[in-house]
Design a binder for this molecule. Sequence first.
Ligand SMILES: Cc1cc2nc3c(=O)[nH]c(=O)nc-3n(C[C@H](O)[C@H](O)[C@H](O)COP(=O)(O)OP(=O)(O)OC[C@H]3O[C@@H](n4cnc5c(N)ncnc54)[C@H](O)[C@@H]3O)c2cc1C
Length: 534
Amino acid sequence: MIPRYLADFKKENLKIEKTDVAIIGAGLAGLFVGLQLKSSCNITIITKKKLTDSNTEQAQGGIAAAICEKDSPQLHFKDTINAGHGLCNIDVVNEVVNKGPKAIQALLYYGVPFDRQQGQLALTREGAHSRRRVLHASGDGTGRVIRETLTARIKERNNITLLEDTFIIDIYTVDGEAKGVFIYKDHGITLLLANYVVLASGGAGQLFKYTTNPEVATADGIAMAYRAKADIRDMEFVQFHPTALVLPKAPRFLISEAVRGEGAILVNHHGEAFMAKYHESKDLAPRDVVSRAMLEEMEKSNTEYLFLDVSHMTEENMERRFPTIYKTCREFGINVPKEMIPVAPAAHYFMGGVVVDKEGKTNIKGLLACGEVTSTGLHGANRLASNSLLEALVYGQNIADYINKNIEKELDNNIKINLPKFKYIFTGVIQPRSIRGEIQELMWKYAGLKRDQNGLTKLTNRLEQLTKELSMPKDVEDFETINMLQVSLLLAQGALIRTESRGGHFREDYPKADKRWKKHINFNIDKKIFYSEI
Ligand SMILES: Cc1cc2nc3c(=O)[nH]c(=O)nc-3n(C[C@H](O)[C@H](O)[C@H](O)COP(=O)(O)OP(=O)(O)OC[C@H]3O[C@@H](n4cnc5c(N)ncnc54)[C@H](O)[C@@H]3O)c2cc1C
């Protein structure tokens, strides 16, 4: 069993500090909350590596918002609901699409230089969007540009402390309320007491062998929230992006859907453009459809990749519109746009996560969450491209509004220090970090694009067995691997229980959606598994 806290906190070894709001994560969600909180708040934003290490930094395509005349929040609503395969929360979708234009205004106010065409904000189209509504910056450098702009604004604020290379092990709770975080840095542990803890720790792509996510995406936030008794749901819904670069020794670098939005097409090893066989929207069909079609084509030809044909673009066009992709392909010796790009699906985005209400509150008092770590109800069983950056902004604002309204009456300068009695439960002999590769292999094999009862049963059995054999964690890599194991198990259990196929969850033994499953599978460490309606 994995204990409530992953380390043995002894008061004599513990440094104790205090802040008003502790924000875990310096991606878009965490940075935006920090900026929107009032300047009388003392804020600490913590990130486990550098500011450049986040999913936000990698975001290429852009942010979806209905800002042009030919578009409307109603159309954006419709596209989001269609992509979500019956599991979206209608109120939440309404709220997010309607607040979209205002969220973009906030980024413009902070100085984000979105790309423009003839003075107007430039908009591109991505899969399953019925309109061009995706704003981008520096071509395919959207996430990096937003992060650079927001961190520059944060550094101008003297009420915000930014801590890099600082790992959060766990959320500190007293009588079921979040009261701070345990920080691990330079082999020492600090208890940072806080009136509010905002979890903005991003995604979990590293659970899988092949992923577009950076190394920091090890599901820490979901795991620590689960240990603190937060409700977690929809873990079985994983979006596999169809087009990640496949080359020996290259990371699975994302080739944005916007490239297909601008006319690129997928072809198989016979040079055949195959997507018309699978969906009327062809290459711009929803991501789960494209990814599974690719898998089928790869299985037929017994290959591990297909090709993205970008030859309709001129070199100048490609370099201007997709500078990062152009440069990366060239660095790896692919002579784009003349040569095709070898691509295959990779784990990309997690629709599930920590359950929050519309204000971003979890079921634990004092713990709020936003961004990819959450399950708000926006994405349902599959996320519409470019809706996640938007969600991070809208929920980031909602959290800031909530804290700004309540902090004075809820401010507690005498937080009780009631350290947990540590029960030594890691009694095994396996060093946690040594099983990281095995988890990733197993997850890819049994909980990847196609799943079935047999494989998922093998997976859960093996993960449960590994859980019992772990020895005491010694460093960040160990903590991360335990988090990966704990969250992989939730994902595998959810996938095993859901005997249907829907959105990002595909069961070969139950290939159709079943209306009895129009509900969420929830996990709570105390209440175990429970179901909730949409
Ligand atoms: C390659 C790629 C391209 C994408 N393109 C798009 C796109 O075009 N449009 C779109 O809408 N979405 C896109 N996404 C998804 C989107 O980028 C993310 O969903 C979004 O950026 C998440 O923001 P976030 O702030 O929640 O998390 P992140 O940006 O991932 O930030 C998480 C932060 O938490 C920190 N952290 C995690 N664990 C700990 C810990 N234990 N202790 C301390 N710090 C911790 C991390 O270091 C990081 O700073 C893309 C994702 C990827 C990977």
